[in-house]
Design a binder for this molecule. Sequence first.
Ligand code: SGN
Ligand code: CA
Length: 528
Amino acid sequence: MKKFILFVFLLPLLFSCEQEKPQPPNIVFIMSDDHAFQAVSAYGHNLNKTPNIDRIAKEGALFNKGFVTNSICAPSRAVMLTGKHSFVNGKVDNIQDFDWDQPNFAKNLQAAGYQTAMVGKIHLRGLPQGFDYSAVLPGQGHYYNPDFIINGVKERIQGYVTSITTRLSLDWLKDKRDKTKPFLLLYHQKAPHRNWQSEEKYLSLFDDKTFDFPNNFFDNYEGRPAAAAQEMLIAATEEQIAAAHGNGGHGRWGHDFKFIVDPYGRETRFNKELKRFTPEQREAWLKAYTPKNDALKAAKLEGKELALWKFNRYLKDYLRTIQSVDDGVGEVLDYLEQNGLTENTIVVYTSDQGFYLGEHGWFDKRFMYEESLRTPLLIKYPKEIKPGTKIDQMIQNLDFAPTFLDYAGVDIPDEIQGESFRKIVSQETSEWRDAIYYTYYEYPSVHMVKRHNGVRTDRYKLMHFYYDIDVWELYDLKKDPAEMNNIYNDPAYAEIKQMMHKRYEEMRKKYGDSDELDKQFIDSYVNR
Ligand code: SGN
Ligand code: CA
């Protein structure tokens, strides 16, 4: 009896000890493909409404300076997984193989007892390592009726890729994981990647709107020869389209603007793309696009008017695909809420790089200029992050791996080059790096963006374009946020130039980059 009384007496103590043991947080890491920060309404650009993505910032934090280290898809994902720069993890461009055998943070979390899943676009060939469950798109994947490789087995799934990615993620959360363990879910959408095919229900969204050009749409690229040499114009002339390398290049009537027969009577390859659709999907598409395309043909627009039309077709299609992404984010946040998981789950929303929405006349990314260097970055974790927090420190995708390991209470391997931003976002400290380093390699290739690297501080950016060119660019981001004025040779900036060169050398040394490595990556690319 005495023993029993003692037991009853000690019972609450036992429970309180149990409760005090911190439970590692769950992590839902949402990444979209090519989602520009300009197209997340929380950033205030007024193009579209993303109420569900915005919920993350409202309940947590919004980063104004989230950057990548290499603005292209597969390399960005390799950096995210490994916490190491491209020239260290080896995946410098979309073409080379990624070595899945190297360490990644999902492997670390898995070893620490996490349930791990990767769903959607990863763009790294081979079976993803570090995941108990994977359902990934082969390569770029398709918008309609996509193939998925589910735990190594290919399967075609009928429907729209964004909704399927959400459904597979929710299925895993609901009944494919061990619910006694913490989880890591990489929920990675293909949208809004080119060629911006929207879900049937959003095909007419924004029809009643006309978007204005960004101020620098008709950029003349003066003082910026690499910018002049790109092939990623929204509104290229027929001559420019014809002269582009390969068939990726500038915006095209079929692939990009969705004409089966272009305004000059030429059949495009778009009809071929529609072959993947079911008859119902095809009908919905033709019903939406045919009258709009016929109207453009009848209007016989030219010059600036035609450019405005192309810009609007591009931007509307792009924004339409984001609507489905936002819907999916809402479904996942609702699931967490309805299952009591909100408090102990970290939710991150970001993109593999930024994107041009007409700035400099462009779509695509790759350049170190702001719109593609910068991504949307939003995070919530009610236990540590105050609602409505705004962060101005310069974060890079290099920092995801160490940050997640830090939250999970797992040791951060020394070889990781990024830093945990946990204390930055909880505002426990404000001490942080004051410069970031950038590299880009994929040239010559689609869009013809030349090899370059550079350093960005809070106010200045120094870039070096090399290989078949040797050009330096310097920008004062405070005076020239649109990066129209290369001040590299401006005597008024001589001291700044010197200081930035010093920072550039320091960064290359710090991360282990060098002229030898640049040369090695040229050789392996040219001789591949
Ligand atoms: C495809 C696109 C390009 C895009 C690359 C890389 N062309 O090649 O416009 O730059 O992917 O994108 S498309 O004709 O296939 O649409 S990335 O995000 O995967 O790096
Ligand atoms: Ca991408």
